[in-house]
Design a protein around this ligand. Structure first.
Ligand code: SF4
Length: 388
């Protein structure tokens, strides 16, 4: 769709934080000005097959609520108190932030939990753009899940683009570009596992997150540039502990908390940050039926998050992650009132305890005020590992 040049990357590299957290979605508006007649489709976490939207020549965009950039007033009137911040700030953007409404020509909410499902209804009643609730398959072992999921993917795009036809060659091409994106993430994560001091967590986080607003081709160029920057990074090695951070697959923690994790002495080797953009570790097949390839990959290769039914017990999954990361401990970083995260937490903490692996549980909200308690918990956790 777009060919990126190195000069296109300069504004991204120099304003990474500003663009990453821009709730006016200026990058999306810019893309639409450059592609008249094309659409931008907002997708809620965790996972939506962006390749399918991209194959139509439209721009898929991950949305992650308003974070610390918006205060909640209108959304409180229609949502209950005991629900996660991302659902409230996303609703607030809908109700009170015109640049957000204008940026998008359609919305997709995957059925990851009851809250996300209800957001599709709230959006559908308030706007004229199409809204689709994507009902991903729950049974990963049944062969019937494949035709079901293929059908569901096609229902999604026919709702979003009712007058357009899918070109399977363009879908294969989209899969190839997203495979390149995944391969680049993988290389960066491998580099971080080998030499974590070269890949600062906050910079990596924003490098991945900014891709939510960009054409995947442009993001691939950014990732290549960042990979080369990280490889040359001369930051000194610290006496830090290797950890897995999990539970933050949907709502994203404030940047200050992400920075705190490294400041207190942790190297994050494996994590759930922006997991929807890194949902697969392996490439999606570029042979045969591309819609079936996407469906099969979701069922068998998808990230083992709390929002997806998957092979393997929850406890085994966290133990395997700890082993693969050669980690000394686990930080459960969960959004306040996030039920899927809390359900997994119980089973995973138990498995870690039984195997003598230390963990700490930190709860966050998008708009926290001061993180002294979080700092204290993290410092205590690190000290207990260093001086045990
Ligand atoms: S943060 Fe948790 S509860 Fe909230 S929408 Fe996401 S998965 Fe659902």
């Amino acid at each position: 769709m777009t060919s990126a040049t190195s000069s296109d990357l300069i504004p991204l590299l120099t304003n990474l934080q500003e663009i990453t957290y821009d709730i006016d979605f200026e990058q999306v508006h810019k893309w639409k000005r450059e592609h008249p007649g094309k659409k931008a489709i907002a997708t809620f976490p965790v996972y939506v097959p962006h390749e399918l939207i991209y194959a139509y020549g439209h721009l898929p965009v991950n949305i992650y609520g308003g974070g610390e950039e918006i205060s909640i007033s209108h959304a409180d009137a229609i949502l209950g108190s005991f629900i996660c911040s991302i659902s409230k700030s996303t609703t607030e953007l809908l109700l009170s932030h015109q640049p957000f409404r204008d940026a998008f020509d359609g919305f997709v909410f995957p059925f990851i939990c009851d809250v996300a499902r209800n957001l599709s209804g709230i959006f559908g009643r308030r706007i004229s753009q199409p809204v689709y609730m994507l009902h991903l398959a729950q049974n990963v072992q049944s062969e019937h899940s494949i035709p079901y999921l293929k059908n569901e993917f096609m229902r999604m795009v026919s709702t979003l683009f009712p007058d357009e036809q899918l070109d399977l060659e363009k879908l294969r091409d989209a899969i190839s570009k997203y495979n390149e994106n995944r391969a680049l993430y993988k290389k960066i994560y491998e580099l971080r596992s080998e030499t974590p001091w070269k890949v600062p967590l906050d910079d990596l986080y924003m490098t991945i997150r900014v891709g939510s607003n960009l054409d995947v081709v442009k993001h691939n160029e950014l990732l290549k540039s960042k990979l080369s920057e990280y490889e040359k990074n001369e930051r000194p090695k610290k006496d830090a502990i290797r950890v897995v951070v999990t539970g933050n697959f949907c709502e994203q923690p404030p940047l200050d908390i992400i920075r705190l994790i490294e400041q207190v002495g942790c190297y994050v080797i494996d994590d759930d940050f922006m997991i929807g953009r890194r949902f697969y570790q392996t490439p999606v097949s570029e042979e045969g039926d591309p819609i079936e390839a996407l469906a099969r990959h979701y069922l068998h290769e998808g990230a083992k998050t709390a929002t997806r039914f998957h092979e393997g017990e929850k406890g085994e999954v966290i133990l395997e992650r700890v082993k693969n990361a050669n980690a000394e401990g686990v930080i459960f970083l969960t959004a306040k009132f996030c039920e899927p995260a809390l359900d997994d937490l119980v089973l995973q903490q138990q498995a870690l305890q039984e195997n003598g692996i230390p963990s700490v549980h930190i709860e966050f909200e998008e708009r926290g005020s001061g993180y002294e308690n979080i700092r204290l918990s993290l410092e205590t956790f690190v000290e207990s590992l260093l001086f045990d």
